[in-house]
Design a protein around this ligand. Structure first.
Ligand code: ADE
Length: 226
């Protein structure tokens, strides 16, 4: 799957994809991430990309022309399944959206900065607006990293153990059960006996029950539509 990401601050996006699972996925050609610097499409000598908003009010807005030129150039070269804008006033992003997006071939992700982007870009180009939570970040770079990571790990081959994405929290609307590794006794706290029993069926039952209890305790809202 290919992610073409348009950013006003591309350096903010480097590190999340240079390590661990994301790096391996890129090295193995399972995903491709292209970060496009919006500044390259800026206007005039200073390559301007933002300006004051009409009607007054604090905060600069990303101008429509540089974004439009950048988007049009990308569209002339590639076909996009979705053009995503990450924004705190978008639809809530969750695991089921991640699952759906992981089946796509190529997406463009547009990132806002400062006060946002000129609304005409949303009207003209954007097919999907996603928020990663009810709080406001300084720009779309961190949300984009969240999106790409959560989608990429669902692509077959990205995780070593094919089942491990399926056992994540939220994958079946339940929070994940607790996990343990060596030593079996840590500061007097012992690993639950059942996990040492070798009885796979019993272990599965125990994990399911733990997931259910935890979800009831911490996120009962998740159980409402199960
Ligand atoms: N940009 C700033 N805050 C955001 C959020 N919560 N979700 C998505 N994009 C954002």
């Amino acid at each position: 799957m290919v992610f073409d990401i348009i950013s006003a601050v591309p350096d903010l996006l480097k590190s999340p994809f240079e390590h661990s699972i994301m790096k391996r996925a890129i090295d193995n050609n399972l995903i491709e991430i292209n970060i496009i610097a919006l500044r390259d499409y800026g206007i005039g000598k200073h390559q301007q990309i933002d300006d004051y908003q009409y009607g007054g009010g604090a905060g600069l807005v990303l101008m429509p022309v540089p974004l439009h030129n950048c988007i049009e150039e990308l569209k002339s070269k590639n076909d996009y399944d979705e053009v995503i804008f990450v924004t705190p006033d978008g639809e809530s992003y969750n695991q089921s959206t991640a699952n759906r997006l992981s089946l796509l071939k190529r997406v463009m992700i547009i990132l806002g900065h400062y006060k946002g982007i000129d609304d005409r870009i949303r009207q003209k180009h954007v097919t999907m607006e996603l928020s990663i939570g009810d709080y406001v970040l300084s720009g779309g770079e961190l949300p984009a990293a969240v999106l790409v990571d959560s989608i990429a790990r669902l692509i077959p081959g990205v995780l070593n153990d094919a089942t491990s994405a399926l056992t994540d929290s939220h994958q079946d609307k339940l929070l994940a059960p607790p996990v343990f590794t060596r030593p079996a006794n840590f500061e007097g706290i012992k690993v639950p006996e059942i996990l040492l029993s070798g009885d796979d069926a019993k272990i599965d039952d125990w994990r399911y029950q733990q997931s259910l209890d935890k979800t009831q305790r911490i996120r009962p809202d998740l159980l409402e539509d199960v």
